[in-house]
Structures are given as C-alpha cells and as structure tokens.
Design a protein around this ligand. Sequence first.
Ligand code: AP5
Length: 213
Amino acid sequence: MQRKINLILLGAPGAGKGTQAEIISEKFSIPAISTGAIIRDAIASGSEMGNRVKSYTEKGELVPDSVVIDIIKERLAKPDCENGFILDGFPRTVPQAEALADLGVEITDVISIEVADEDIMARMAGRRVCKKCGATFHTMFKPSPNGETCVCGEPLTIRKDDDPEVVKSRLAIYHEQTEPLKDFYESRGLLKIVHGQEKLEDTTALTAAALEA
Ligand code: AP5
C-alpha cells in the first residue's frame, strides 16, 4: 500500500513548486493546495478577503500571517485532505509553520526546490498563466500547445507580480522570511533538498526520488 504523503513544498518564487505540485497531485491523487492560487481566486472574485489582500500580492509582499493561516485551516479541514495533501507556498514564515504545527497536522515530507536567483529571473519572464483553469506554461520551457491560448481555450496572461522589479522584491522576501524554514524543518528531520533542473522532467525525477528516499 502507498504511504500517506502530507508534503510541504518550499522554494523561492518561480522555483517550480506549482509545476511539481501538479504532477505529484496527479500521481498520488492528493490535492495540491496553493495559498497563492486561493488568494488570486479571492481577488478575482472581489470577495472581502480578496480586496483586503490585493495590494500585498500585487506588490509581491507577503499577505498577513493571520489571513493565510485561516485559509489553510479551512482548506485542510476538507475531506479530500484525509488521504494526504501537498502544500505549495505555505508555510512561508516561521509563525505560519508554528501555526501549522499547532493545528496538530502531521507533516511527512518537506522538499525544498532550489534554483539560483538569476535563473528564476529568466524563468519568470517567460511564465504565462490561464486565469480560468489555473494552468501554467512557459514560453520556452513549457509552451502551450495552442500558442497564445490555454488548452482550455482561454487567452494566456502574465501575472502582475511577474514584473522583474516585483520578482526581485519577492526573492528578497523569500531569502529573509521563508528560507529560515529550511532550518525549522531540518531540525525536525523532515527536510530534503532538490536542485531544480533546466528540464521539468529532470526536476520531477529528483522530486520523486526524494519522496521515495
Ligand atoms: P504564489 O502563487 O505561491 O507564488 P510564489 O511562491 O512566489 O511561487 P510562484 O507561483 O511564483 O512560482 P512556483 O514556484 O510555483 O513556480 P512555477 O511552477 O509556476 O504566491 C503569490 C503571492 O501570494 C505571494 O507573493 C504573497 O503575496 C501571497 N501568498 C501566497 N502564500 C502566502 C503565504 N503562505 N504567506 C503570505 N503570503 C502568501 O514555475 C515558474 C515558471 O517556470 C513557470 O513558467 C514554469 O513553467 C517554469 N518552470 C518550472 N519548472 C521549470 C524547470 N525545471 N525548468 C524550466 N522552467 C521551469
């Protein structure tokens, strides 16, 4: 029988967390939970929470801990998380990691996908996303088979926070506030490092090996 996987994916913005989360989600039939995607949906729907956090996300700043902790509490309580889950983009600060531990949720694996800042800057410039179905493409590394439109037919767009100046600031915030989580989970014996590769499938192979190790 397959073991239960409650996985946290760490990594800088653009390291490929969302890309790998989607693949692992399909392989293990467990939900991939992206706080960034939940926040973008809330902004697009014009909800009270979305309006409150819009300016943080567009500037590339972190949304207040209390907001994302509430999002995760609500999401992890849903029945589809009972057989495992992947957290993509949460926790991002030590208080968020402590709040997750306080919820009593057992984390089985933490994988940090490591990519150099210069490579991330290049990757983000080519990212294209579908606002309707959430699919992510890259002009060079993962082009949409339909060209300028998504496989679902929607035109592809560029995320506001993929502007190069905003990406620089997101990277600085990552190094200052999120990278300390590597020590947090290393000291709990959970951390595995995956060096992000140029080819998506090579990173996928290393991530699968880390989950099997
Ligand atoms: P979020 O959406 O989580 O953004 P992020 O962590 O900055 O990560 P990204 O989605 O930008 O990148 P990714 O690592 O998933 O890379 P991807 O697979 O797309 O958060 C957005 C915002 O929400 C935050 O800035 C913040 O405001 C707020 N927020 C969210 N969570 C929060 C929290 N916990 N606390 C506070 N605030 C929070 O890949 C990137 C590109 O590269 C793609 O085009 C992809 O096709 C390509 N690619 C992927 N892998 C490879 C590869 N191996 N080789 C070549 N290209 C590749």
